[in-house]
Design a binder for this molecule. Structure first.
Ligand SMILES: O=C1O[C@H](COP(=O)(O)O)[C@@H](O)[C@H](O)[C@H]1O
Length: 302
């Protein structure tokens, strides 16, 4: 088994093939899958040389199946912990390849053991297209996740597809403010922005997260909770997106990144070299816990 430590001051984990994945019907006991014991090579935390702030816990997997199992375990554990303490679990989804890595979450044992009734689902970003359009992040989430779990429809907060980009961003921010007032959504005492329990975030090959693209003025947005873009370099051009102050107020952020075309920005963000800190992926720095779930291709330059 390869080690990807390579001078990283990070928690780098290469998971072995999980015994639940070998095509038999195992006794599904969630606590048995403990990455902190058998399946983990090493565990270190990476911190930023300039700010001293932790870059989080980094796990590298030898297959998407093992990544998906670990991610399902992480989400399931967090859901149980949060819902034992309060009545809502607020979860934000990006679009893109993230859903490939969520495939195990919607299978036994996780799908049967998670208390979906407490889940409240939001979108990190959305394209200004109808919900049944192939570019819709809602449709992606519906087909791969929502249609397979029993989250109450009233707890699913999709972005309004009947409005303009500007109108939909305002409408979503108003929706979030209402949910803060009703106690469904918390506010960060540190930032004054909404504090989601968990954000599941993918990254594009250019290092973009949400619909926040390299070099775009939206990276500097410091007031709005939700904003819009009409000149996205990746089609479609019109999109709605959470801003960095909201992303970085989260209690937990999981960055889920797979594929060799993502290796460069992953290296820029996590490698030891000097970096400018200007790629959007480098700007993800939550007040809560940051975890990276990488496949070995995405981690290949570390
Ligand atoms: O356009 C988008 O791209 C990113 C990354 O997508 P991926 O397919 O390369 O994983 C995604 O996270 C974002 O939500 C989406 O709108």
């Amino acid at each position: 088994m390869a080690s990807f430590a390579s001078g990283l001051n990070a928690s780098i984990v290469l998971a072995r093939r999980h015994p639940l994945s070998v095509g038999r019907s195992p006794p599904f006991t969630l606590p048995a899958f403990n990455h902190r014991t058998k399946y983990q090579l090493s565990c270190r935390l990476k911190s930023d040389m300039t700010t001293g702030k932790s870059k989080g816990d980094v796990k590298v997997f030898d297959s998407n199946e093992n990544l998906s199992l670990s991610l399902a375990n992480y989400i399931s554990d967090l859901s149980a912990k949060v819902t034992a303490e309060k009545s809502t679990f607020t979860v934000v989804f990006s679009g893109g390849s993230l859903f490939k890595s969520l495939s195990k979450l919607v299978e036994a044992p996780y799908v049967d053991s998670i208390d979906w009734s407490k889940w409240n689902v939001f979108w990190l970003d959305e394209r200004v297209v109808p919900k049944d359009h192939p570019d819709s992040n809602y449709l992606l989430a519906y087909d791969n996740f929502l249609s397979k779990v029993s989250i109450p429809p009233g707890n699913v907060y999709a972005i309004n597809d009947a409005l303009s980009a500007e109108g939909a961003a305002d409408d979503y921010e108003t929706c979030l403010k209402h949910l803060v007032n009703t106690g469904t959504l918390s506010i960060s005492e540190a930032s004054g922005f909404p504090k989601f329990d968990l954000m599941l975030i993918g990254m594009g090959p250019d290092g973009h997260v949400a619909s926040l693209f390299p070099g775009h003025p939206l990276l500097q947005e410091s007031t709005k909770w939700v904003t819009y873009i009409k000149d996205s370099p990746k089609p479609p051009p019109e999109r709605i997106t959470f801003t960095f102050p909201v992303i970085n107020s989260s209690a937990h952020v999981a960055l889920v990144i797979t594929g060799s075309n993502k290796a460069h920005p992953v290296h820029v963000a996590l490698g030891d070299g000097q970096n400018s800190g200007t790629l959007p992926i480098q700007m993800v720095s939550p007040e809560g816990k940051l975890s990276w779930f990488l496949d070995k291709e995405a981690a290949s330059k570390l």
